[in-house]
Design a protein around this ligand. Structure first.
Ligand SMILES: NC(=O)c1ccc[n+]([C@@H]2O[C@H](COP(=O)([O-])OP(=O)(O)OC[C@H]3O[C@@H](n4cnc5c(N)ncnc54)[C@H](O)[C@@H]3O)[C@@H](O)[C@H]2O)c1
Length: 425
């Protein structure tokens, strides 16, 4: 995790202090001496993307610290916003201040949320929109909690890397939904690995193998774009494919352990079971060999096939021992098992982020999550094309998946990638 050590920046001046102004509903603007020591800086959440995770992230933030309100919400669809608002309000009505004029829908909803006085933006739309939404949020001077992954293609990642620097220079915080990095068992285990408990890492494995996920049957009034958005998992322009959308978590753990990212990917994959048009055009399985500097290889698997449930895990092989990271277990001369109390990482990531903002040292996890996202994109490109793909090729790719001028209406489903025929661009 890369914590930005920047001291007080513009973001802190953007806070309302609950000790004084917030209680009477006024924004004081500049810092109020003493309020910071009391740890009461008011967090005003603006939620962009009010689905399952966005709703959950707001509730996790409420549980993560005191002095938090939800003040604005935006979603492509009114029904998703309404059900999220209802769910969040159920047990937290006092923390919800989202009148009709701070509920925004449509593709422009994000600009309207950013125009409010929200100072803690949660980005939880499908990841295809992330670079656009991140850019707008940072341009608006907001602190951001962004769900993973943070892009679906090389141009998106280039933009996000630049935004990581821009956020830093503006003193803004950006936390990422890679919650394992805030999970006690993972932190304790990887600390020991980094202190040499298994010696030098010589190989790694990671997997996200599970059955099928949800899909929504098409309704007659839905346009092509609406149908794709409501089933975003199955369209690469929206999700990046499941190796990016889901398996990024496990890849992120290996990058964390390695302290770097791979330089090359060879891979294969396909669409063996989910072949009907209702499953969009993504693959249902991937198997990737990633090469890190020093000829260290990671074997990564990602599968979503019903009846083939399997492991969601990360493992490291060292020259003096092994580590099953997800089980918090080290074997070898320095054998060890985490026996402590684990925490609630989805809550902890907000606790840590909010503490960093209130402490004037905003976390900036954007570069790290962008590296893990690009690692996953590189694997997808290798599997789609059947070609080895280097880090630089993935990063400098000209393949931009987000359609220009997106509006609700007709949209063809892109063809299923075909190794040997699909070109690297
Ligand atoms: N960290 C984790 O463990 C974890 C778990 C689940 C999901 N996620 C991530 O969270 C994100 C959202 O996933 P989810 O499961 O909540 O999906 P979801 O479908 O439940 O929610 C997505 C929401 O975004 C809305 N949306 C789509 N396009 C939009 C746009 N342009 N502007 C505004 N709103 C838009 C949708 O209408 C929907 O309400 C994804 O990036 C996913 O990978 C992370």
């Amino acid at each position: 995790m890369c914590a930005d050590q920047n001291s007080v920046g513009p973001s802190r001046r953007d806070f309302i202090r609950t000790t004084t102004a917030a209680t009477v509903g006024l924004s004081l603007g500049p810092m109020v001496p003493g309020a910071h020591a009391a740890g009461t800086d008011a967090i005003r959440i603006g939620l962009i993307g009010c689905g399952g995770r966005g709703t959950g992230a707001v509730l996790n933030a409420f549980d993560g610290a005191e002095g938090i309100k939800l003040v604005a919400m935006g979603d492509a669809f009114a029904d998703r916003l309404a059900s999220s608002l209802e769910e969040i309000s159920k047990d937290h009505a006092a923390q919800v201040e989202v009148p009709k004029d701070r509920q925004f829908t449509g593709f422009d909803a994000y600009t309207q949320v950013l125009a409010t006085d929200a100072n803690y933006i949660i980005l939880a739309t499908p990841p295809g929109f992330r670079p656009i939404h991140l850019a707008a949020a940072i341009a608006a001077g907001k602190n951001v909690f962004t769900e993973k992954p943070v892009a679906v293609d090389g141009p998106g990642i280039r933009k996000v890397f630049a935004l990581a620097d821009e956020a830093k220079s503006k003193g803004l915080g950006v936390a990422a939904g890679t919650q394992r990095r805030h999970q006690t068992g993972y932190l304790e285990t990887l600390k020991r690995v980094q202190d040499g408990a298994i010696g030098k890492i010589v190989a790694a494995r990671c997997a996200w193998n599970q059955g099928s996920l949800w899909k929504k049957d098409r309704e007659p009034q839905w346009s092509d774009v609406e149908w794709q958005l409501r089933n975003w998992l199955y369209f690469t322009w929206l999700s990046g494919d499941h190796i990016v959308e889901q398996h990024v978590h496990n890849i992120d753990v290996v990058n964390w352990a390695m302290g770097t990212h791979p330089v090359l990917a060879h891979g294969m994959g396909g669409r063996q079971v989910r072949t009907g048009p209702e499953w969009g055009h993504i693959f249902d399985h991937f198997s990737i060999d990633y090469e890190y500097p020093g000829d260290v290889h990671l074997h990564s698997q990602a599968r979503q096939i019903q009846g083939c449930e399997g492991s969601v895990s990360e493992a490291l092989v060292g020259d003096r021992g092994q580590c099953q990271v997800d089980r918090y277990a080290i074997t070898g001369a320095k054998a060890w098992k985490f026996e402590g109390k684990d925490n609630a990482p989805y809550v902890q990531e907000h606790t840590d982020f909010i503490a960093s903002l209130r402490g004037g040292k905003p976390l900036n996890e954007l570069k790290t999550v962008a590296e893990s996202t690009l690692t996953a994109i590189m694997g997808r490109m290798a599997a789609y094309t059947g070609q080895p793909v280097s880090w630089d090729q993935a990063l400098n790719s000209s393949e931009s998946l987000m359609p220009a001028n997106l509006t609700f209406g007709p949209m063809e489903v892109p063809p299923v990638a075909m190794p040997g025929r699909t070109k690297l661009t």
